[in-house]
Design a protein around this ligand. Structure first.
Ligand code: GLV
Ligand code: MN
Ligand code: MN
Length: 402
């Protein structure tokens, strides 16, 4: 079998089941598209000889038993996409994991292996993410079950309606001593490997992320009658801050800062804005620098608000620390890659970041055309995916945690 061509065929087929409203793939957790995906991925897992079940968090798990008393090696990624996303982000890692196990179906391994298709990595439907891996690592906060999607459906109800068990999540923590590690294959989502003319790369670590809600408050009034002098326009203050974000981010080496959401109140063309809430997201491989940057950005936002005669508040809504991939587990992939894999950090986050609280992690990136991701034209070639399956299959055969 040409594993790369088979990966391309499978990924095209599953993308077609989540192509509405289009363009691109839209597969949010605990939806009809997710249910269809579960059916298709079950087929991939069964073709690899795995025993399949869905766990209480909605993660589809395919397991191959190992020698008596052996540890379990986990391989995973996510099934969900962003709205209008591509056919590779997340789901490719699940497909390639299944194909690598299919390739070694008749070979003895030193470990049990599980392929995990996590429900929600993107954090698009609910204002949280990574429930599946967090539950396994014992870091899931039950309070998040009360979070609602834009239609007012709670995460608890969405999970229960999908056949998950919200009340069982607290008991799902895996015993670290039984887990040999977690491997994730993922499309790079950036331009580095393409520039280096390399099909595959080894990930050194995953950036830390912080999200903050900034609220600028002013005073509303009639847009036609309130004179320009003395206005307290919250959007003028917020816009002044947003315009400064790129320059401020560049003060820290490699730091990325983005304002991707803005809510204007009252939100009428003929009313002066009296409140603006925005979400500032800051990413860095170095947590201390991220913290310093956030503190400085908050200080400057307060100054900008004061100059505009506005009030200002800032609150952190999310944070995850930067994590490093495990050198020994990464070396298993490096050897299987026959020693010539370039290394690179990940500026996107992954299920692996939460799995790092449970066990050693390692990640293999697959080259991405033009560096684009979270877009319908995201693409990885069959040849590159085939190379990734070969590396993972060789790593599985060689891996011995003893
Ligand atoms: C997910 O793709 C993220 O990096 O936010
Ligand atoms: Mn992803
Ligand atoms: Mn993504």
């Amino acid at each position: 079998m040409d594993w790369g061509e088979e990966a391309a065929r499978r990924l095209t087929k599953i993308a077609e089941t989540a192509s509405l409203p289009g363009p691109g793939v839209t597969r949010l957790p605990f939806t009809e598209e997710h249910r269809v995906a579960i059916g298709i991925i079950t087929g991939w897992m069964e073709a690899a000889g795995l025993a399949v079940q869905m766990d209480a968090a909605g993660t589809l798990v395919g397991r191959r038993e190992g020698p008596a008393g052996s540890k379990t090696l986990l391989i995973g990624s996510h099934q969900d996409s962003v709205p209008g996303g591509g056919a590779y982000d997340g789901i490719m890692g699940v497909a390639l994991g299944c194909l690598a196990l299919e390739a070694v179906k008749d070979r003895p391994l030193n470990v049990a292996v599980e392929v995990l298709a996590f429900a929600d990595e993107e954090g698009v439907r609910f204002p949280t993410a990574l429930m599946g891996p967090r539950v396994l690592a014992g870091t899931f906060d039950d309070g998040t079950l009360a979070m609602q999607d834009r239609d007012g459906v709670t995460l608890r109800d969405a999970l229960a309606g999908f056949g998950g068990e919200p009340d069982a999540l607290a008991q799902m923590k895996r015993r670290a001593e039984e887990i040999a590690g977690y491997l994730e294959l993922h499309i790079e989502q950036g331009p580095v490997l393409e520039r280096e003319d390399a099909a595959l790369g080894l990930v050194t670590g995953i950036c830390g992320i912080e999200r903050l809600e900034l609220r600028f408050t002013g005073s509303t009034g009639h847009a036609g009658t309130v004179p320009m002098e003395g206005r307290q326009d919250a959007l003028v203050a917020a816009a002044g801050f947003v315009a400064e974000v790129p320059g401020m981010a560049r003060e820290w080496d490699g730091l990325r800062a983005t304002v991707g959401m803005l809510k204007v109140s009252p939100g009428a063309p003929n009313a002066i804005p009296d409140a603006v809430s925005l979400v500032l997201e800051v990413r860095s491989e170095r947590d201390a620098e991220r913290g310093a940057a956030v503190a400085e950005m908050g200080k400057r936002a307060a100054e900008i608000a004061e100059r505009a005669g506005c009030g200002f508040e800032m609150a952190q809504t999310y944070q995850q620390p930067a994590v490093l991939c495990d050198p020994a587990l990464s070396d298993v992939l490096a050897r299987a890659g026959q020693g010539d894999l370039p290394t690179l950090p990940s500026g996107a986050t992954h299920d692996a970041s939460a799995m790092a609280d449970l066990c050693p992690i390692a990640m293999l990136f697959v080259r991405c055309r033009d560096g684009v991701s979270h877009r319908p034209d995201e693409f990885a070639s069959a040849a590159d995916m085939g190379a990734a399956v070969d590396v993972l299959a060789r790593a599985l055969i060689a891996f011995d945690p003893a």
